[in-house]
Every structure is written in structure tokens, then in C-alpha cells.
Ligand binder design. Structure first.
Ligand SMILES: Cc1ncc(COP(=O)(O)O)c(C=O)c1O
Length: 368
């Protein structure tokens, strides 16, 4: 896969890759299974202690009545919105213009459920209270994504979030939380998961982002909601006879990494600080609100890539494995902090950024 991709090849050779937890390889599952008694019964079509206990544990963690395990968040969220639309008899929902449902799901919500979507606010910023207040359309549900991934993981102030949710409640608009990165926001808000989820009627969380499991999602809400979601899960083909590799890995890494979310957040702030000292580089947001942020570079992708490759070879530190073109003169990428960051000697990291700054200045001088 890294053939003809020199940046990825160079990244794979580094001693200290910066983002994420580890390589996404089979070891992720092997580590989990080493700890598990082979006589444990598998889950079967959504039943059995293994799945039911985990669902109960997650419902408690989220402060909701019940929870259902899904193979993917894509499936879980489309179903959640379908249920809220059916309840209200209005096939319309609202969300951010760069919501996962809008840009990464091949219009599943529209094609499969015939639900119309209202794109609230501007794609370069968070949804604001005023966007909700000025919404002309009658909608069944507002989906809020915390953090808003495609703009670098930004978060609204807690007070604004509460104001949006309170207004929707008063208007009879259901609230769904896209909490793919819910654990990652808790240090910023200094709240428990249950305190955040209390603002929402339904919540989805993921187990393969900050938690670093294989795949899988939980959808939580009241009992009537989750009961209906199980019917839709069956209709979508999501009731795999066994989901235990996902559930076991979700449970294992949840316990291991949930206590580290504050550490990842602090490390992300440190790393963003290093980036922001480099010429022609700025992070979005400037100070991360979670363990993630975006890096925006004032150089074309073709000019940044050789700089990064040389940096990796000289320092052994791998900043990123890909770069995305944002315009003819600029490029960007996303960084998410996980377990790897703690292993990097910070003096060497600092030196790598000093070198990056020098190389960026040289590149800028050459293009003047
Ligand atoms: C914000 C957000 N919502 C939903 C999803 C969908 O999750 P899944 O990949 O489990 O379908 C993702 C996945 O990247 C995501 O980032």
C-alpha cells in the first residue's frame, strides 16, 4: 500500500510516529483475546450475557435507560434519525454542513429513509444558538456532533450547548448526539458522559476512535427508542449472528483508555503549541479542545511532502502519514493523540519542530 507513496513509506520507517495508539493490525484483537476465557459463550443475534452486560454497562455510563450495540455508527445514527422522524411524522432533520451523515455516508439517510436534511450554519464554524433560533423549517430532530471533527474538533461553550438544547426541548425538537468522540470532550467540559448525554434524547458513541478498538458503536436512549432501534438493526442486516470480536475489544480498550483522555488532551495542546511556533503553519483550533486538531500549512502538498520526508529521516519522528491538498498553495491534515505520544522523548520532539520551522522558512524564501 505504501508503494508509490513516499510519505507513507518514510512515516512507516520512523521510530516515533506521533498520532494514534498503535498500528491497526491483528495484534489489536490478539491482545484482547489473550485475556479472555475461551469457554465464554458468544452472543447470538443480539442476545446473550456478553452483549447484554456490555449494553447495560454502557447505558449506565451514558446515564440512559438502555443501550444497543451496533456494528457501525453509520447504521446506528441513520436509524436514530429515522425513529425520531417517524415519531414526529416529519421527515426532516438538521445538522452541520460537514456532518458525517452529509459527507461520508453516500446519502444513506436520504436514499434509504427519504429524510430531508437542513444544513445549519456555515461549514467553517460550529452551529450557533442563532442558527437554531432562525431555522425556518419544522424538523423532527437536531443532530449535534461533539466535537465537530471536520473543523478540527471544535466544541461550543457548555452554556451555548445548553441554550441550544433547551430551545429544542421547548419546541419539541428531538436532540441526537453524534458522540463518536464523546470521551475525548469530557476533559474540556469537566463533565461526566452522563451529564453531557442528559442534554440529548439519543446518543451514539464509537469504540474505534479515541478508544482504539476494532469497530462498533452503541446507540442509547429510553427503552421504547432502543427497542425500536433493534427492529431497524435487524432490517439493516446489523444483527450479525455474533459481534463478540467488536464487543470484547470495545470493552477491553474502553477500560484501558478512558482514564487517559485527559492525558491525550494535554498532549494535544502541547503538540499544537509546537506546530504553531513553525513558520507558515497554524492549527485549527489554535488551542485544541480535545485530543485532535487540524494542521494547516501554507505550502502546496507537493512541497510539504519532501520536507516531511527529510524531517522523518533526520529525526526519526513521524508527524503524519498523509497530507491533503486544500488549495494550490496550501494543504492540511488531521492529528489525533493516543498512546504513542507518551513514548516520544520531548526534547527530540522539540528539536524536530525547530528543524521543521527552519525548513518551512527556507521553502518560503525559495518561493518568494
Ligand atoms: C463524527 C462521526 N460520526 C459517525 C461516524 C460513523 O462511524 P462508523 O465508522 O462506525 O460508521 C464517524 C466515523 O468516522 C464519525 O467520525
Amino acid at each position: 500500500m505504501s508503494k508509490n507513496n513516499p510519505l507513507l513509506e518514510a512515516f512507516n520507517q520512523t521510530i516515533y510516529p506521533v498520532g494514534g495508539h498503535s498500528k491497526r493490525n491483528i495484534q489489536v484483537l490478539k491482545e484482547v483475546l489473550n485475556e479472555i476465557d475461551g469457554n465464554l459463550d458468544s452472543d447470538i443475534y443480539g442476545s446473550g450475557k456478553l452483549i447484554e452486560n456490555f449494553q447495560e454497562e454502557m447505558a449506565t455510563y451514558l446515564g440512559k435507560e438502555t443501550a444497543v450495540f451496533f456494528p457501525s455508527g453509520t447504521m446506528a445514527q441513520q436509524i436514530a434519525l429515522r425513529i425520531w422522524c417517524d415519531r414526529k411524522g416529519i421527515k426532516k432533520v438538521a445538522y452541520h454542513p460537514l456532518s458525517h451523515l452529509e459527507i461520508h455516508e453516500e446519502d444513506g439517510l436520504k436514499e434509504l429513509h427519504h429524510i430531508e436534511t437542513i444544513l445549519l450554519g456555515d461549514k467553517d464554524r460550529l452551529i450557533r444558538l442563532e442558527d437554531v433560533l432562525h431555522m425556518q423549517d419544522d424538523i423532527a430532530c437536531l443532530l449535534i456532533e461533539l466535537p465537530q471533527r471536520e473543523i478540527g474538533g471544535q466544541l461550543p461553550d457548555y452554556e451555548e450547548l445548553v441554550a441550544i438544547c433547551t430551545y429544542c426541548r421547548e419546541k419539541g425538537i428531538r436532540l441526537h448526539l453524534d458522540g463518536a468522540r464523546l470521551y475525548e470532550i469530557l476533559p474540556y467540559y469537566q463533565k461526566t458522559a452522563a451529564e453531557i448525554c442528559e442534554l440529548f434524547d439519543s446518543v451514539y458513541i464509537s469504540f474505534y476512535k479515541g478508544i482504539g478498538g476494532i469497530a462498533g458503536a452503541i446507540l442509547a436512549g429510553d427503552e421504547a427508542f432502543t427497542k425500536e432501534s433493534k427492529v431497524w438493526k435487524r432490517r439493516h442486516g446489523g444483527d450479525l449472528i455474533s459481534l463478540y470480536p467488536y464487543i470484547l475489544s470495545a470493552s477491553y480498550y474502553f477500560k484501558q483508555r478512558l482514564p487517559k483522555m485527559n492525558q491525550y488532551y494535554e498532549e494535544a495542546k502541547m503538540l499544537a503549541g509546537f506546530y504553531n511556533q513553525c513558520h507558515g503553519i497554524v492549527t485549527k483550533p489554535i488551542e485544541p479542545a480535545t485530543n485532535m486538531f487540524h494542521v494547516h500549512v501554507d505550502l502546496p502538498k507537493e512541497k510539504l511532502e519532501p520536507i516531511l520526508i527529510a524531517l522523518y529521516e533526520e529525526t526519526g519522528i513521524g508527524l503524519i502519514h498523509y497530507v491533503k491538498e486544500s488549495s494550490e498553495t496550501s494543504c492540511c491534515y488531521e492529528v489525533s493523540i493516543g498512546d504513542r505520544f507518551a513514548h516520544i522523548p520531548k526534547d527530540e520532539l522539540r528539536k524536530a519542530f525547530q528543524l521543521l520551522d527552519v525548513k518551512m522558512r527556507e521553502a518560503a524564501a525559495l518561493s518568494e
